[in-house]
Design a protein around this ligand. Sequence first.
Ligand SMILES: Cc1cc2nc3c(=O)[nH]c(=O)nc-3n(C[C@H](O)[C@H](O)[C@H](O)COP(=O)(O)O)c2cc1C
Length: 188
Amino acid sequence: MKKLVILIFTCLVLFFCAGACSSGEPKVLTVYYSLWGNTAILADVIHQAAGGDVFAIEAETPYPADAAHAAAQKHIDEGVLPALKNKVDIASYDIIFIGTPNWFGTVALPVKSFLKEYDWSGKTIVPFATFGGSADNCLTDIVAAAPGATALEGFSISGDDVKNPEKKAKQLVIDWLARINVKVVETK
Ligand SMILES: Cc1cc2nc3c(=O)[nH]c(=O)nc-3n(C[C@H](O)[C@H](O)[C@H](O)COP(=O)(O)O)c2cc1C
C-alpha cells in the first residue's frame, strides 16, 4: 500500500512538472553588443518578434563611443580581448540569437570575448549584425567562433536602415524568422 501511495505521488509530481516546466516551445535568448545603439535596436526588434529573454553584453571597461576606432584598434594590435561585466546562463536556452556591430570587417571585440567564454556544443545559434557599409564577415565569424553549435541563417542590416522606419526592419525580421522557422510571438 505504501509503495502504491509513493508511486501515485511520484506520477503526480512528474505530471505537474511536465505541464509547468515544459511548454514544448524552444526557449529563446537574444544576446547582443551595441556601442552606438544600432545593434540594440535590431536586438529589440528580434526580441519583440521572437520572444524569450534578452541579454546585453557589456565590456567591464566600456569602449569610448567617441573614440571607439582607436581604442578597438589598440586592443586588436595588442591581441587583447576585453573582460566582460556580466554573464548569462546559456544552458537554459535552445535558440540563441547573437548580434554584433561590424568592427573592422568582423565581430566586435566584446562579442568575441562573449563567444570565447561559453561552450557552444549542442546549441542552436542565429547570428545577426549591423554595419556602416556592409556586414563583411560578421555573420560567418560569429558562427566560426561558436564551435559545436548548429547555425541558422543570419540577418544583417545597416545601422542607418535599422533606425529608418521606411526600411521596415521589423517586417524584414519577421520574414527572416519565418524562413528559419522561428515562431513569431508578436508583430506589433
Ligand atoms: C570600432 C569600429 C569599427 C567599425 N568598422 C566598420 C567596418 O569595418 N565596416 C562597416 O561597415 N562598419 C564599421 N563600423 C560601423 C558600425 O558597424 C555600425 O555603425 C554599427 O551599426 C554600429 O553598431 P552599434 O550602434 O550597435 O554600435 C565600425 C564601428 C566601430 C565603432
